[in-house]
Design a protein around this ligand. Structure first.
Ligand SMILES: [Zn+2]
Length: 227
């Protein structure tokens, strides 16, 4: 069974008005909407819209630390007694729960009535950063995503949305590690850093983690087998 995972298609990530705009992110709203509407032809058993869903004082905001936006920051593990740290980028305030910025891009918002569609939130614990739709960066707190996909017997996932080099990448790598046959559809993503060097590094990382990166939506594998 195959599922479509649409990552972070929210107002704050979209130019020109979002607070953390991913360059050209607005270009993929309509194509993703078209893909969702092809649910049956594409054999999507389930569709998941992942939302970044932060509290006002979230630790990933530069403002929460009185530091400049986009500066590097050493996160300390949220688990008491755990001394591990991770470097990350501090962002402008974005996707605060129940604000315009955290709302799904307008045309997608209108699709959320689908019975086969679920919204999964990440980022709502204030003390930790999240990129993957499955868990925080420490892999301590799990979202509902894996349970939901398991419940619906999903074995294959397509990941699209924003941003290719952060949440799409992390979501896809988590999915592959959890055993899903995982593909990122490049034409339905946009990256924050999309120069050749970053792209090459990204392609390598996806490959090393068993994630396929393709230009267009591939045909469903089991559909082929039964044809
Ligand atoms: Zn965020």
């Amino acid at each position: 069974m195959r599922a479509l995972i649409v990552t972070d298609m929210q107002n704050d990530f979209l130019p020109p008005k979002g607070s953390l705009p991913v360059p050209h992110g607005d270009e993929i709203v309509q194509p993703i909407l078209d893909l969702i509407r092809q649910e049956e032809q594409q054999d999507f058993h389930r569709i998941v819209l992942v939302r970044d869903w932060h509290t006002r004082n979230h630790t990933s905001f530069a403002k929460s630390h009185d530091l400049p936006e986009y500066s590097q920051f050493e996160y300390k593990s949220p688990r008491p007694g755990d001394k591990s740290t991770q470097m990350g980028t501090l962002w402008p305030v974005h996707c605060v729960q129940n604000t315009w910025g955290s709302q799904l891009a307008n045309p997608l918002l209108k699709e959320t009535y689908h019975t086969h569609l679920k919204i999964v939130d990440k980022g709502f614990l204030s003390d930790r950063e999240y990129y993957s739709g499955f868990s925080d960066i420490w892999d301590f707190h799990k979202t509902e995503l894996h349970d939901y996909l398991q419940k619906h017997h999903i074995t294959e996932v397509l990941v699209v949305g924003l941003a290719l080099d952060y949440c799409v990448k992390a979501t896809a790598i988590s999915a592959a590690k959890l055993g899903y046959n995982t593909t990122v559809v490049k034409s339905l993503t946009r990256a924050i850093h999309d120069d050749d060097e970053h792209m090459k590094q990204l392609e390598k990382e996806l490959k090393e983690n068993n994630v396929k990166l393709v230009d267009e939506v591939p045909p469903h594998q089991s559909a082929n087998a039964t044809a």
